[in-house]
Design a protein around this ligand. Structure first.
Ligand code: LRH
Ligand code: MN
Length: 431
């Protein structure tokens, strides 16, 4: 069975795009040079950018109302990796995958790692799951997991997280992401402080099982599935818990987990300042945890997040390396196309943030030249860096235009014929 896309087809695609790309690249290069910026340095920077793909993102997502299965859905973690490899083959920006257990639990971890190696993929942070009950599970998570009032349920949830760490070690991962949906739907349902005390007690059990070179990422979320009080509802609670647990505990910012109009870039600046910014789940949203494609609704916010990351990197130096991961649900698009597009949009924000003249901005801020300081950011955001992103891909063996190349490859038709849909089977793991 052939996986991936024929390299000759990618080369043919790039050859057709070459003249246009070269012209656009030189034009942008000239414009940036007049600004005192070196397009070659920016292209090299773009080439070093990487964001992990969520294994659960290559299947079709849905909502509580419905899931409309796509064609050629991956039926197991091996086929999910095959699709992730195509995303990396064409974007050259997604060399790692973030798996979710038990959705991706393999019978043989070494076999899974070999399959990933053969595809040129590594494993980023692993994700535990105590927000669903599994077949034959002894204690339900209906009333919570790490915060459950039942000590047996908490112990079960802690044991699952420790299993995820062991599996992650076998796959070469270096971090565990813990998101729990624990909370209450009605005032009075739970003792708010008691719930958090139980959470910390459980997390201490998980923290104690972390290898020395690992991190645990605490992922906060305002609401859903709890609709009155979520135990880890905001960055403040996450930060307090990460601080209470110790240096290996960090905070993970999922862009969709905040109230509308929350200043997420300021949360990023705060967590970076206090050394607790562990990583990101990039996506976009208009209302709730919509898990839409990154940069599709509010690209300026994504840019402002990377503007804070660039400021932090300048202050902290090369040791500042938060984990970049996508976390999206693709209900109406081809997941491979959406994930390629989203990886490119996150890479775009990263490169645009590098266009900001930070010394000039600092002077404008110090002299309270409000308008020009704001303009300095908009100037970078308004710069179309597409030729840089495209050139970085082509130089790394990827596609000048990943979606166009993917469509011309017929990959979706091929896997649709190779992967007969299992009636009613949900393959993406969500809904
Ligand atoms: C929760 C979340 C979490 C994942 C899940 C798939 O909303 O963002 O990161 O475990 O989505
Ligand atoms: Mn998430």
């Amino acid at each position: 069975m052939t996986t991936g896309i024929d390299a000759a087809l990618v080369a043919e695609h790039n050859a057709k795009q070459e003249a246009r790309l070269q012209a656009d690249y030189e034009a942008l290069g000239g414009m940036l040079a007049r600004r005192g910026q070196d397009i070659e340095a920016l292209t090299a920077l773009a080439g070093r950018f990487a964001v992990a793909v969520p294994s659960w993102g290559v299947g079709t997502g849905g909502t509580r109302f419905a899931r409309f299965a796509g064609r050629g859905e991956p039926r197991n973690v091996f086929e999910k990796l095959d699709d992730c490899a195509v995303i990396n083959q064409l974007t050259r920006a997604t060399p790692s995958v973030s798996p979710h257990f038990p959705w991706d639990t393999p019978t043989d971890a070494a076999e899974l790692r070999q399959h990933a190696d053969a595809l040129g993929l590594a494993f980023d942070a692993v994700n535990s799951n105590t927000f669903q009950d599994q077949q034959g599970q002894e204690h339900t998570y209906k009333y919570g997991s790490l915060t459950a009032t039942s000590a047996a349920t908490r112990a079960q949830a802690v044991a699952h997280n420790i299993e995820c760490i062991e599996l992650g070690r076998a796959l070469g991962s270096k971090a565990l992401t813990v998101w729990v949906g624990d909370g209450a739907n009605f005032p009075g349902q739970s003792n708010l402080r008691g719930a958090l005390e139980r959470y910390l007690e459980s997390m201490r059990g998980i923290y104690a099982a972390l290898p020395d070179d690992w991190n645990v990422f605490i992922e906060h979320k305002l609401f859903e599935p709890a609709f009155y009080a979520t135990t880890i509802a905001d960055w403040g609670t996450s930060f307090a818990c990460a601080t209470a647990l110790g240096p290996k505990a960090k905070c993970l910012v999922d862009l969709g987990h905040h109230a509308p109009n929350t200043n997420i870039e300021m949360i990023v600046a705060r967590l970076a300042q206090f050394g607790k910014l562990g990583g990101f789940h990039f996506n976009d949203s208009k209302y709730g945890d919509d898990d839409l494609d990154s940069g599709s609704i509010n690209p300026f916010q994504l840019f402002l997040v990377f503007n804070e990351l660039a400021d932090a990197a300048l202050r902290e130096g090369p040791a500042f390396a938060p984990a970049y991961m996508l976390d999206q649900s693709h209900n109406v698009t081809d997941p491979v196309e959406s994930l390629m597009n989203s990886a490119v949009e996150v890479q775009r924000a990263y490169v645009q943030a590098a266009l900001v003249d930070r010394a000039q901005l600092a002077e404008l801020q110090a002299s309270n030249d409000v308008l020009l300081a704001a303009q300095a950011l908009k100037h970078a955001f308004r710069t179309d860096v597409s030729p840089i992103l495209s050139m970085a891909r082509v130089r790394a063996g990827g596609a000048a235009d990943p979606v166009a190349c993917y469509r011309s490859s017929g990959y979706r038709d091929r896997v649709a014929s190779q992967r007969p849909a299992k009636a009613g089977a949900s393959s993406s793991g969500i809904v």
